[in-house]
Design a protein around this ligand. Structure first.
Ligand SMILES: C[S@@+](CC[C@H](N)C(=O)[O-])C[C@H]1O[C@@H](n2cnc3c(N)ncnc32)[C@H](O)[C@@H]1O
Length: 193
């Protein structure tokens, strides 16, 4: 079976090299953080954000089980604040939106903070770097978030970055979608807001 989250990881693994700086914008249960920690190797660093202390604890446990905690900086902060925490250009940013699986479904990513975080990610991204966004339009706030984020991506200058949308066509229900953003060159914040 093809999973959207695995497609996101496959895309990321094509551009991230050992020693890279990368971001997990939604740490959750830590699966993407663990994937990124393996990918960047001993000389790399992962910055992982979540607004829920419980999510960061789960991520920390998973990293410790795999002896990779020293490669990761866990941040109890919204991803929309990422430019206050990270200065150097990053090679990749992963977003897996929605609620924490197994957690409180009322705590979800929000369209406006996600849009701000996406703009900040594009600014931090090195030329040639990649952003993946997994969208979940199947939950009540997820549809609105999908529309706002897809509209935002449509508005981006195609000379600055290219955006690809991946949808599952023959699934029951409302399946998740993947956006992949590839940055071509440096550009100013005013072009992103
Ligand atoms: C679908 S889960 C992420 C799953 C995770 N990538 C994994 O591999 O297990 C979404 C997470 O986003 C977090 N979240 C919600 N709003 C956020 C924000 N503004 N900044 C950072 N994380 C946020 C939630 O707390 C939740 O843990």
């Amino acid at each position: 079976m093809i999973r959207i989250t695995e497609l996101a990881q496959e895309q990321i693994s094509r551009v991230v090299r050992q020693g890279a700086l990368v971001v997990d914008a939604t740490a959750g249960n830590g699966r993407d953080t663990l994937f990124l920690a393996r990918l960047v190797g001993p000389g790399g660093r992962v910055f992982a954000f979540d607004i829920q202390e419980g999510a960061l604890q789960k991520t920390a446990s998973l990293l410790e089980e795999n002896r990779l905690a020293e490669r990761v900086t866990l941040l109890h902060a919204g991803h929309e604040t990422m430019s206050a925490h990270i200065e150097a250009p990053v090679s990749a940013v992963m977003f897996n939106l929605g609620y924490l699986p197994g957690g409180d479904r009322a705590i979800v990513t929000r369209p406006e903070s996600t849009r701000l975080a996406l703009a900040a990610s594009l600014e931090l991204l090195r030329p040639g770097g990649l952003i993946t966004v997994v969208l979940y339009p199947g939950h009540p706030q997820g549809q609105e978030e999908r529309e706002i984020i897809v509209d935002y991506c449509r508005s981006l200058d195609s000379k600055v970055c290219r955006v690809v949308q991946v949808a599952l066509l023959n699934c029951s229900g409302v399946p998740p979608e993947l956006l992949v953003l590839k940055k071509f060159k440096e550009f100013a914040q005013k072009e992103l807001s």
